[in-house]
Write a protein that binds this ligand. Structure first.
Ligand code: SAH
Ligand code: SF4
Length: 351
């Protein structure tokens, strides 16, 4: 790879058209090239025979296709989850997960190598931050999943994307939004913003920017605790963006977009799973359009906590529903046997 070469997955269709013009090629070829990239899922310029030789020669000289080779692929024993560890051009690795829910295929994409936010229970947080992903590296993960589905002759195509893999997407705002634009192109993967859910640890300026720009992605906010002190102990980023500012930003977001927010709550036994804590979150979210996603902890090497027992999770959910009319789901612990908790596969491969 030459440093100056352009990763085609970095470009929107319009940017690709302008590139062709700059390369003195007929922009007429944009549609066919785009089709090769995102419908035929070509994995090399050789797999684009209908492009004129002159176009392919120019692409070989000045562009690259940032396909991400698989370092490791693991299936969970429940058969619903497949996890890939993909290799970036600089040899760093990121995780991408393919999940199947009742006929729907969802790709869980990473947005950074590691993460700077340091949540104590998270394998990615325990690794620390290495770098942001480029838009093309985010897009290439979705292309990887789409290609894997086709190779396996699966009847379902990729329908949804969640930005819940390694990294904090709002810490890498520009690249993530460029990727959202590329993924959403109706002539390509057609994963419009309404099919995309972005999960944030609570980067307040990013939430306000999403609200201002009215980007119609679904928003999930990782809450995990209902008081500033309890939250800061689990999520160090809460010291920078305190709970009251976070809630105010969520209110602004919901008011200006008319959208409900998903609030994520990783259930850790004895830490944040008591009836009193369920009532505290109920009170905290009162009046906000909200749904709570309860996620039993996936144990990680760097954290001593254990997952909440099923009974306590049910009780937590019942309190939210009966006392606060707050809808919630308990995430099924799919893929736990393959370490499909955020950052766990890369962490294991690195150790
Ligand atoms: N950085 C973003 C998105 C990636 S993490 C964020 O924090 O929201 C996606 C979700 O997985 C977050 O809610 C996070 O708190 C949760 N998570 C991370 N590690 C986990 C673990 N070991 N067990 C259960 N949930 C975990
Ligand atoms: Fe980063 Fe999210 Fe992990 Fe926290 S939970 S360390 S924000 S990836």
């Amino acid at each position: 790879m030459r440093a100056a070469s352009v990763n085609l997955y970095d470009l929107t269709r319009e940017e690709l058209r302008l590139r062709l013009v700059r390369w003195d090629l007929n922009p007429f070829h944009t549609a066919r090239l785009w089709n090769y990239l995102y419908l035929q899922l070509a994995d090399s310029f050789d797999a684009m025979p209908e492009l004129p030789a002159r176009v392919r020669a120019r692409l070989r000289a000045d562009a690259r296709l940032g396909v991400l080779p698989t370092a490791l692929a693991t299936d969970s024993c429940d058969g619903f989850t497949r996890k890939y560890l993909l290799t970036l051009a600089d040899s760093h690795r990121v995780e991408t997960v393919l999940m199947r829910f009742t006929g729907r295929v969802t790709a869980c994409l990473s947005s950074q190598v590691g993460c700077a936010m340091g949540c104590v229970f998270c394998a990615t947080g325990q690794m620390g931050y290495t770098r942001h992903l480029t838009p093309g590296e985010i897009v290439a993960q979705a292309v990887h999943v789409a290609r894997a589905l086709r190779a396996a002759r699966e009847p379902h195509r990729l329908r949804n994307v969640v930005l819940m893999g390694m990294g904090e997407p709002l810490h890498n705002y520009e690249a993530v939004m460029q990727a959202v634009d590329i993924l959403g192109d109706a002539a390509g993967l057609a994963l419009g913003a309404e099919r995309i859910t972005l999960s944030t640890v609570g980067v307040v300026p990013g939430i306000l920017r999403l609200a201002r720009e009215r980007r119609p992605v679904h928003l999930a906010v990782s809450l995990h605790a209902a008081t500033q002190a309890e939250r800061a102990a689990l999520v160090p980023a809460a010291k920078k963006w305190p709970l009251d500012e976070l809630l105010a930003a969520c209110r602004t977001y919901s008011e200006s977009t008319g959208r409900r927010i998903f609030y994520e709550w990783t259930l850790i036994e004895g830490q944040n799973d008591s009836a009193a804590q369920a009532r505290a979150v109920g009170r905290l979210l009162r009046g906000l359009p909200a749904q709570v996603n309860l996620i039993p902890l996936n144990p990680t090497a760097g954290y001593a906590g254990v997952p909440t027992r099923t009974e306590a999770a049910r009780n937590f959910q019942l309190i939210l529903k009966e006392e606060f009319q707050l809808p919630s789901t308990v995430r099924q612990r799919r893929g736990v046997d393959i370490g499909a908790g955020c950052g766990q596969l890369a962490g294991a491969a690195a150790s």
